[in-house]
Design a protein around this ligand. Structure first.
Ligand code: TYD
Ligand code: MG
Length: 468
C-alpha cells in the first residue's frame, strides 16, 4: 500500500516545495508555506480512485426544474435557528467561531439537546476533543439536559471519527468541539496548525456531504481575530457564525457572516446565566437598560441587525489630552470610520477635537458595522464636546458623507417603529424622502452635519464657525 504522502504548498502563490521553508522562492512570501496531504491520497473512508483523464460528460438542465425542498431541523432555540436561516440543513457544514470561553460549547450542547427533543427527533452526536467526558457531563448537568439522548464521545483522531460515523446509522447532526484539536495522522504537523485544521475539516465535510450529516464545527479565533488558519475554513463550510461578546458582560451575540442557506447579518442575542444561555427576545430593552438620560456624550442609535431593528446606546468621551498625538479609542465600532466622522465634523462643521482624546463605546458589548451609525456617533461626539446631553427621548440614525451631507439609510420606518415601541418620541434622521409613516414620532431631519448645532442651545465649545 502506498504511504500517504504530503507536500508543502505556498498559501500565497500555490507553488509546491519539496520541504518546508520560511520564505517561498517563487513569490517571496514569508511564513506562507504549509504542509498538505498530497492529492493522490484517496480520502479516508471512501473508495474513490484518482480521477481518470477523460472525465464524464455533464448534463445540463433548465433553471426552472423540480427543486428538492430543503427540510430544516430546528433546535428550538429561536435565536439560533433564525441566525442559521430557519434551522439546520442536512448535509451542510457550519462553523461556529469565537474567543475561548465565550460559550460555544454551551451553545452547541444546548442546541443538540434541543434537536433530540421528540418533536424534531434528530439523532445527535457530540464529539469533544477539548474536554473529557466528565467535564461535558458536568456542563450537561448544569444546563439540565442530562436526559437528552445525545451520543457523547471524546476523540481527536479524524480517522477514528470518520470510521465511527461513516455507517448507514450515522447521526443526523454531529458537533466537533473543536476543529483545532482534530488531527489526521497522515500529516506530521501538530493539531491546530493550518494544514491540520484544513485537512481535518476537509475530511469531515466530505463525510457530512456524503452521509447527509449536519456538521457543526467549533473554531477558536486567534488573537488577530481570524479563525485559524488564514480563513481557510470559511471558504470550505456553508455557514459561518461568530459568537461574540465581552467577557465581563453577560450578553452574547451570534452573528452569521456567511450563509449559503439563509440571510447573513442576522444576529441572535443571548444572555449567559447560571444555567446556560438564555434567549433575549427584546435586545433593545436590554442594551438600553442601564442608560442614564442626563449625561452628555450619549446617543441612542436605531440600527438594523439583519431583519431586526436594535436600539443601542453610543457613548463618547472627549477629554483634554496630555499626549502629543491624542488618543482615539473605539470599542464596538470601526476606528477608521471614527477618524472619518471626526474629520468631517472638524472640516465641515468647525468642531475642534485637536488636542483632545476621543473615546467611543457601543454599550452592552454589541459590535456595529452599519454606516447608518455615523450620525449617532457624530451626535454623541458633539454632545460630549459641548457637554450638553441630547434629548433623552431621541433616537438617531443616518450615514455621513465626506462633504458633511447626511444620507438616507435602509428601513427608516422599521427603525422608528422599534423606537416608538420603547417609548422614544423624537428622531434625528436624514431627509425623509420616503412616504413611509413616521410612526407617531417627531422627526428632525438633518441635511448636513452642521444641523447638529440646533441640538445644543447653549453654544459653548461647539460653536458654528464660518467654513470655507
Ligand atoms: P464554554 O461554552 O466552555 O466556552 P467555549 O466553548 O466558547 O470555550 O463557556 C465557558 C464559560 O461560560 C465559562 O466561563 C463559564 C460560563 N458558563 C456560565 O456562566 N453558565 C453556564 O451555565 C455554563 C455552562 C457556562
Ligand atoms: Mg469549548
Amino acid at each position: 500500500m502506498a504511504r500517504a504522502t504530503t507536500r508543502h504548498v505556498c498559501q500565497a502563490c500555490g507553488a509546491i516545495h519539496p520541504r518546508w521553508a520560511g520564505r517561498c522562492d517563487a513569490c517571496g512570501a514569508w511564513n506562507a508555506i504549509t504542509e498538505e496531504a498530497a492529492p493522490e491520497s484517496a480520502p479516508i473512508g471512501s473508495k474513490a480512485k484518482s480521477p481518470k483523464r477523460g472525465g464524464r460528460t455533464v448534463d445540463f438542465v433548465a433553471l426552472d426544474g423540480e427543486k428538492q425542498k430543503t427540510k430544516r431541523r430546528k433546535t428550538g432555540i429561536g435565536e439560533f435557528d433564525r441566525v442559521a436561516g430557519g434551522g439546520l440543513v442536512p448535509g451542510s457544514a457550519l462553523l461556529i467561531g469565537g474567543d475561548p470561553g465565550i460559550g460555544k460549547s454551551t451553545l452547541l450542547l444546548q442546541a443538540v439537546a434541543g434537536l433530540t427533543k421528540s418533536t424534531v427527533g434528530a439523532r445527535c452526536a457530540y464529539i469533544s476533543g477539548e474536554e473529557s467526558i466528565d467535564q461535558v457531563r458536568m456542563r450537561a448537568e448544569r444546563l439540565t439536559v442530562t436526559n437528552a439522548p445525545v451520543a457523547l464521545a471524546a476523540a481527536t483522531n479524524v480517522r477514528d471519527v470518520i470510521a465511527t460515523l461513516d455507517t448507514s446509522e450515522a447521526p443526523d447532526v454531529v458537533v466537533i468541539d473543536s476543529i483545532q484539536t482534530m488531527y489526521l495522522d497522515a500529516l506530521e504537523s501538530a493539531p491546530g496548525t493550518v494544514s491540520q485544521v484544513r485537512a481535518s475539516a476537509q475530511e469531515l465535510i466530505r463525510l457530512a456531504k456524503r452521509r447527509g450529516i449536519t456538521l457543526l464545527l467549533v473554531g477558536h479565533v486567534t488573537k488577530e481575530g481570524t479563525i485559524a488558519g488564514p480563513r481557510v475554513l470559511e471558504h470550505m463550510v456553508d455557514t459561518v457564525m461568530y459568537f461574540e461578546g465581552e467577557r465581563g458582560h453577560q450578553f452574547r451575540i451570534l452573528r452569521a457572516v456567511k450563509n449559503r442557506f439563509g440571510p447573513t447579518d442576522e444576529i441572535g442575542v443571548f444572555e449567559m446565566t447560571e444555567r446556560g444561555l438564555e434567549e433575549v427576545a427584546n435586545p433593545s430593552a436590554l442594551f438600553l437598560a442601564d442608560r442614564n438620560d442626563d449625561v452628555s456624550g450619549a446617543a441612542v442609535f436605531a440600527g438594523m441587525e439583519g431583519s431586526r431593528p436594535v436600539l443601542v446606546e453610543i457613548q463618547a468621551l472627549v477629554a483634554p489630552s496630555p499626549l502629543g498625538t491624542p488618543r482615539r479609542n473605539v470599542v464596538g465600532w470601526d476606528g477608521g470610520r471614527l477618524s472619518m466622522v471626526l474629520a468631517v465634523l472638524e472640516s465641515r462643521a468647525g468642531m475642534s477635537f485637536a488636542g483632545k482624546d476621543v473615546y467611543l463605546n457601543v454599550a452592552g458589548g454589541l459590535r456595529i458595522s452599519e454606516p447608518g451609525a455615523d450620525l449617532a456617533v457624530a451626535a454623541a461626539l458633539a454632545s460630549a464636546l459641548s457637554e450638553q446631553p441630547l434629548p433623552a427621548e431621541m433616537v438617531v440614525f443616518g450615514e455621513i458623507g465626506l462633504s458633511g451631507e447626511i444620507r438616507a439609510v435602509s428601513q427608516m420606518a422599521a427603525r422608528l417603529k422599534e423606537a416608538g415601541k420603547l417609548g422614544f418620541s423624537q428622531a434625528l434622521t436624514p431627509k425623509w424622502r420616503s412616504k413611509a409613516a413616521k410612526e407617531g414620532i417627531t422627526v428632525r431631519e438633518c441635511a448636513s452635519v452642521s444641523d447638529l448645532f440646533g441640538l445644543f442651545p447653549e453654544q459653548s465649545a461647539v460653536k458654528p464657525r464660518a467654513v470655507g
